[in-house]
Design a protein. Sequence first.
Length: 242
Amino acid sequence: MEAVGDHPVPAGPLAVRWLGYELEPPQAGALTSARVALENAGTAPWRDLKLSYHWLDDRGNPIVWDGLRYEVAAAPGVRVEQDFELRGPIPPGRYRLAFDLVDEHRFWLAELGNFAPEVDVEVGARDASAARAFLPNDAELDADSQERVRAAHSEGYAAVGGSVEWTAGRLRRAPAELEPYTPGGGRNPAFAHPLVCPSLIPPLEPNAEVAGLPAWHPEGDEPWVYDARIRLRLKLRSRKPT
């Protein structure tokens, strides 16, 4: 475990002494295992505090302020070691990782004068070797679109989807459900529809359906991206008369 080093500890009911940390090599957008050792250096027991973290740039500006939360409890003078997971920031690169404790909706302990250790961390590209594209047999994805999918996964996104360009055959128009996926534009971080025929990193799998096509509706905190420049060419067959 890497030692944090000596640092001042304020007097008062809520105080923390950071002792050390362990961190697996983080990947952008992915969960990474970590462990910290810390001591309740105050006079009050920890009942409502949570362990969390911030991702900062090299100037200390927040990139991701609200990290995942984990319950932590300790009586005054007690040392604890806490295992937890943190999600890497997007995109890969050099960041500072700051640990802190938070009393939700009230304050971070650093705001009370406590030391919050910062660690320089190199965040690597996300491993997308197991990513799977859920495409029907008659779908086509050109080389440029395939490269955009690979790049988005490496950037940190677990789910990647794009636009749908269709050939309707005898149909005068494609299904209305596919209208939001008309090609045009670029990335849309506020895209309000499921990703159609997405590329997903396990354990993610399609959890929805749009016009009979596999789709993924964002759930949990896995990062996702819709990029209309990823263009799926799809031939829609005519419906048989009933």
